[in-house]
Structures are given as structure tokens and as C-alpha cells.
Design a protein around this ligand. Structure first.
Ligand SMILES: [Zn+2]
Length: 461
């Protein structure tokens, strides 16, 4: 039986891939593979001679994968990247020393930081990104709208989350008083954001989720009511969860239980939820997360930089948790390369579970179908099968870093390198070609970013 299924003519064809890693249900890996794209969707997959097309991209000596999915980020944090005084502090101290700088974000700085951050992600093969925007200083304007505009301009698929903080220092939380809002205000803003921006159609470029920042920055009542609102509006839920030992201690001291029990008692332990980090769950909690169908955004570099720990992703996956990959905010993980995070995920899984447990194929699954599961879009994104959206990454396996890597192109992809993507295609439209952004606005945006970063960091030079 032929493995080729496709149209007579397509809009775009990616041809003669050394390996086409479909990450479909059968996990097919096709040598001399081709992918046909029509109207933004995958219209054919096969080997050998491809169908005719308006445009053909030659992928000889390349690995072709689904576009990578970023399931956790705080884009605005690239305005305080590698900020010196914070580098030796674990999570809570790090957050408290940065809030005074972050409170001066506005629509201009959010637009520019989102544009630059999403461009950086696209250059590492990312085609869908979420953003956890939980900082909404009073009078700052429509920050969610600003970052959505940036994603549209770049052409990347975007899942911003309407984040929130309601528990300030005076109420026992971490953030300063002027960046928190009251629960009714937050819920009204959440509902408005969904009405204005959430697109429910297949292939949607923008979807919104609701995302209280973390159990240590919102009230228990807000957690409960946000969960109920998400259910009523039928949107997804996101928050930070079980990130490190401080997080466990805070939960025990404040709520009288571990973060897992808190997740359950606030009604969040459902398949509508994906959580960020998930470093600290014990064996019993891992089983409960899996049984509930919760998703987890694994953020390996951030967990290393903040010395949080190593998330038990192999065990989480075995228990049925949908594990995706996240770069996390650019003030804690500084780099925002999904390729790098995929490699870190592979390496940490080897360290924690044995060399054979952490493979490049496992990392590729986490970065693609796992992320699709977190965002509730399985079968739609993160896979190259007929009918899925045509979000594709083309990786060149040439040059000194890949010399000699002949036997296994997928292992080569993550064990060699470092590398960036050659071509990134979102919904059938290239946004990166030959390692360069298609948009001609990069320099303009970098200059604007420099101005905003200096303002936020309170540097006069
Ligand atoms: Zn985070």
C-alpha cells in the first residue's frame, strides 16, 4: 500500500524531506517525505515525488516536524532579561524584586515585547504560543489586545491567557498593592477578553484562556469563581502549580494543604486545566493529575535557573498527564528557544529516569502533540496529518554541527546543534524562511524594545 495520500495540486508543497516526522497517531516517519498544504490545512502526506503546487519548498537534508507549541510564557519579561540583581534568588525573592520594575508596563511595551518574544519563538520553530499575562497595572490599557495585535502582525498562532492577581502583600500575597485588582473586576475583565478575542472555529489563530497567576497571588474565592466562569464560557484554565519547595510550604501554611489538594478543592483538577511547572507532585498526586486529564507545561530551563527542581515528566506522561513544553518568562529562563527547551527536556529526563527514558522522540512529542493537548487542540495542531492545520517547522541537518549524524535524523536534531529553524510555516504561510523572519519589521521592533527595556529597568543610558 502506498503511503502517499494527497491532492492533484496544492498551494504549497514541502518536498523531499530527509525525514518527515508526522507525529500522527501512528508516529510515521517518512524518508524522502512530502507534505501538501491547501487553504492552510494539510491536504496530503507522502513519499517520493510530491504533487504539483503553486510553491514548492525543497527540504532535502532537512527534518520536517509539526510546528512546536509553547505552552507557558510571560512575554513582557523579556524587558528585564538577565537582570543582574535577581540571578541568585529562588522564585519568591526573585518575583518580589522584579514586581517594582514590571508595574510600569503599558500597551506600547507589551506590544513590542510580545512582537520580539514571538519572533524569537518563531525562529526556534514555534508556530503556536501561549502567554500568561497576569500583570495588569491600573490604567495600563488593554494589554491583552496589544499582544494579540503583535501576534497577528507576525502571523503566529496565539493563545494569550487573561491572568490576574488579587492577593497583595498586605493580604499575605507576594505582589505590591497597585498591581492587584478585586475579584469582581478581574472576572468582568476575563469575560470581556473572551467575548472580544476568543475564536472557537477550527484552525483559529487566537484563543483566550483564564489564568489567575498562582495560588500565592490570588484569593481562594477567585480560583473557584474563575473555574466556574471558564466552565460557563467553555474556555481553558491555566495557572502556576507546585513549582518548588517554597510553593509547597506556602500552600501548607496558608491553605493547610499541599498544592494538589488545593487544586482539587478549588475545582481546578479537570481536563480543562493545564498547569505550569508541576515540579513537586508525589507519586499519588501524579496519578490523580493523570486520572483527571490535567495538562502540564514543562519549563526545564526556568526550573534549572531558579533551582526549582526537575519535573517528573516521564512519570506524568505515563500517568496520562498531557505534558507540553514551555519556555517560561524571559526573566527566569532568559532564552526563549523551544528547540533548546526540547533538548533540556530530553537531557533532564535522562538524568532523572535513565538514559533510555529521555529520547529526542519523547521531547518532540512533548513539544508538539503534548502542547496541543494542553491547549485542547489535539488532532488540530502539533501533528502533520491530513486535515490538521499546516503548522510546520523545517530543520536543516547540515553544516559542522550535524556532520556524521547519519543514522537517526530525529536523535540528531536534538543531540547535535545548537540550531535554529530553517523555515517556520503557520497555517500554510511561511513566517521564517532560510532562518530569517519574513517580516521586515525586526530592526524597527528591536530598537523600540531597547527603548522600552531601558525605561522599565530605569536605566538612563
Ligand atoms: Zn511562569
Amino acid at each position: 500500500m502506498s503511503e502517499s495520500v494527497g491532492p492533484e495540486r496544492a498551494d504549497l508543497v514541502i518536498a523531499h524531506a530527509r525525514c518527515l516526522a508526522t507525529v500522527d497517531d501512528a508516529r510515521r516517519e517518512l524518508s524522502d517525505g512530502w507534505l501538501a498544504i491547501t487553504d492552510g490545512l494539510v491536504s496530503g502526506v507522502g513519499t517520493g515525488e510530491p504533487p504539483d503546487a503553486d510553491e514548492t519548498i525543497d527540504a532535502a537534508n532537512c527534518l520536517v516536524t509539526p510546528g512546536l507549541v509553547n505552552t507557558h510564557h510571560h512575554l513582557y519579561q523579556n524587558l528585564t532579561r538577565a537582570f543582574p540583581p535577581m540571578t541568585d534568588k529562588p522564585l519568591f525573592g526573585w518575583l518580589q524584586s522584579l514586581y517594582p520594575l514590571w508595574r510600569s508596563i503599558d500597551t506600547e511595551s507589551v506590544y513590542v515585547s510580545a512582537w520580539v518574544g514571538l519572533a524569537e519563538l518563531a525562529l526556534s520553530g514555534c508556530t503556536t504560543s501561549t502567554d500568561h499575562l497576569y500583570l495588569h497595572p491600573r490604567g495600563a490599557g488593554d494589554l491583552l489586545g496589544a499582544e494579540i495585535e503583535a501576534a497577528r502582525d507576525l502571523g503566529i498562532r496565539f493563545h494569550p491567557t487573561r491572568g490576574s492577581m488579587s492577593l497583595s502583600e498586605k493580604d499575605g500575597g507576594l505582589p505590591p498593592d497597585d498591581v492587584v485588582a478585586d475579584d469582581d473586576e478581574i472576572l468582568a475583565a476575563c469575560e470581556e477578553a473572551v467575548e472580544r478575542h476568543h475564536d472557537r472555529t477550527f484552525g483559529a489563530m487566537t484563543r483566550v484562556a483564564l489564568a489567575p497567576c498562582s495560588p500565592f497571588s490570588v484569593t481562594e474565592d477567585l480560583m473557584v469563581r474563575t473555574g466556574e466562569l471558564a466552565e460557563r464560557l467553555d474556555v481553558r484554565l491555566h495557572t502556576h502549580f507546585a513549582e518548588n519547595a517554597e510553593d509547597d510550604e506556602f500552600s501548607l501554611a496558608t491553605f493547610g494543604c499541599r498544592p494538589m489538594e488545593y487544586l482539587e478543592r478549588t475545582g481546578w483538577c479537570t481536563d480543562r486545566t493545564w498547569v505550569a511547572h508541576c515540579v513537586m507532585p508525589n507519586a499519588d498526586e501524579i496519578a490523580r493529575l493523570g486520572a483527571a486529564g490535567v495538562g502540564a507545561a514543562h519549563c526545564p530551563s526556568s526550573n534549572l535557573i531558579l533551582a526549582s527542581g526537575i519535573s517528573p515528566v516521564v512519570d506524568l506522561r505515563a500517568a496520562g498527564v498531557k505534558v507540553g513544553l514551555g519556555v517560561d518568562g524571559s526573566s527566569s529562563a532568559d532564552s526563549a528557544s523551544l528547540w533548546l527547551e526540547a533538548r533540556q527536556a530530553m537531557l533532564l529526563a535522562k538524568l532523572r529516569n535513565g538514559a533510555g527514558a529521555g529520547t529526542a522522540r519523547m521531547a518532540l512529542e512533548i513539544a508538539t502533540v503534548g502542547g496541543a493537548g494542553c491547549l485542547g487542540r489535539e488532532g488540530e495542531i502539533g501533528t502533520l496529518q491530513v486535515g490538521a492545520v499546516a503548522d510546520v517547522a523545517v530543520w536543516s541537518l547540515t553544516g559542522p554541527t550535524f556532520a556524521g549524524a547519519i543514522a537517526d535524523p530525529i536523535e540528531a536534531w536534538l543531540r547535535c546543534g545548537p540550531t535554529g529553524v530553517r523555515d517556520t510555516i503557520v497555517h500554510g504561510r511561511p513566517i521564517v524562511r532560510d532562518g530569517m523572519l519574513v517580516s521586515d519589521r525586526l530592526e524597527e521592533m528591536l530598537n523600540a524594545h531597547d527603548v522600552q527595556a531601558r525605561r522599565i529597568q530605569q536605566l538612563d543610558v
